[in-house]
Design a protein around this ligand. Structure first.
Ligand SMILES: [Fe+2]
Ligand SMILES: [Fe+2]
Length: 365
């Protein structure tokens, strides 16, 4: 489904969000503007845009207390990225051992919802299930490559947990999709074949080659993919009008936060093992990765398109939502998360994300 055809007008909302400070998209990434387009804007207008842009990212909700204190702690995990590698990864592993009770999907009665709303939700949840299934496939490959490379067992332990998390996410997403889908839409619930954005590793490869392969996989799947999933799921949880769907989303959200942490910490370890030449090759993977993510996540919406718009997240009976993310929400969260979280983390690892972002124009997606 092309989400560009499914925009709904953004609702107006006046109540400030209680966890506004913890949102990653509180400032707007002006430097992500298409440089050609940005340079064509007259200087006076540019100054005006710089004043205006921060105001378009005000995230608001009608909920008085959208997330509990436990989640607030989870959101601070990235502040601890400078802790020792194995301490962080072991901690992530331990946190993932705790499982929330399975949401009671039998309580989910969606018969009062509009059919079109249910179909759209079923499609999005089935698509999410497919992406989660691909994560199972990708992390299984990664686990094999890193096992062959004999990396520290703490990494393999956390990675094994990631795989079971992703299997659980597939099941959660499929359950929601099944509940949302009207009977005539049951064909949506078939999982497509899993996908990985890289060629399989060669099991006869040398250790340094395995680590180079694994570094690219961790960069793409964990550092970029998982880091983007988390804020997307936050928006979905915040605006869902069905408690069971919110509960399923929050369960996935908690895991994805830890998967992102695993990615950054593991990439740091792997890069310390790589030769300068292999690191250069890894840097070269970034423009294409940005191009692909922009194509699939921003839905054709550019930063310039978002100028003057306000991202508003609400939960109210007037705007029923079954866990559906609009194209403009997806694009706004994408650009803002790149700016506020992914670019800074990449810089810490020695990447030049700004340059890579500009080079994405020359890359096939
Ligand atoms: Fe997942
Ligand atoms: Fe994940």
């Amino acid at each position: 489904m092309d989400l560009r055809n499914h925009h709904r007008p953004l609702p107006c909302e006046s109540t400030p969000m209680s966890l506004k400070e913890s949102r990653p998209w509180k400032s707007f990434p002006t430097h992500l503007l298409n440089p050609v387009l940005y340079e064509s804007i007259p200087t006076g207008l540019r100054r005006f845009l710089k004043l205006l842009l921060p105001k378009i990212q005000t995230l608001r909700t009608s909920r008085s207390k959208p997330l509990n204190s436990e989640e607030a702690v989870v959101f601070k995990v990235h502040d601890q990225c400078d802790a020792s590698l194995f301490k962080s990864i072991s901690s992530a592993h331990r946190k993932q051992i705790h499982r929330e009770p399975w949401p009671n999907f039998s309580e989910l009665d969606l018969s009062q919802y509009d059919n079109a709303l249910r179909v759209e939700a079923a499609h999005q949840w089935a698509t999410r299930a497919g992406a989660e299934h691909s994560s199972v496939f990708q992390f299984s490959q990664l686990s094999q490559a890193l096992s062959l490379a004999c990396v520290p067992i703490e990494i393999l332990g956390a990675l094994a947990r990631l795989i079971t998390d992703e299997v659980r996410h597939v099941q959660l997403c499929l359950n929601v999709a099944k509940a949302c889908a009207p009977p005539e839409w049951s064909h949506l619930l078939k999982l497509p074949a899993p996908y990985a954005p890289w060629a399989p590793f060669n099991s006869d490869a040398r250790r340094d080659e395995l680590l180079a392969w694994a570094s690219r996989a961790v960069l793409l799947a964990c550092c970029l993919g998982e880091s983007l999933s988390k804020p997307m799921l936050e928006v979905i949880a915040l605006q869902s009008t069905e408690p069971v769907i919110e509960a399923a989303t929050l369960q996935i959200l908690r895991d994805e936060e830890l998967h992102s942490l695993f990615g950054w910490e593991t990439l740091r370890y792997l890069m310390n093992e790589l030769s300068p030449e292999a690191i250069e090759v890894l840097h070269g993977a970034l423009p294409r990765a940005f191009a692909g993510l922009e194509q699939t996540t921003a839905h054709g919406i550019t930063v310039a398109d978002l100028v003057g718009k306000r991202l508003t997240v609400t939960r109210s009976k007037e705007t029923p939502n079954l866990g559906v993310l609009s194209a403009i929400q997806s694009a706004t969260v994408f650009y803002s998360t790149l700016d506020s979280m992914i670019f800074p983390e990449l810089k810490k690892l020695g990447f030049d994300p700004q340059r890579a972002w500009q080079q994405r124009f020359h890359q096939p997606a």
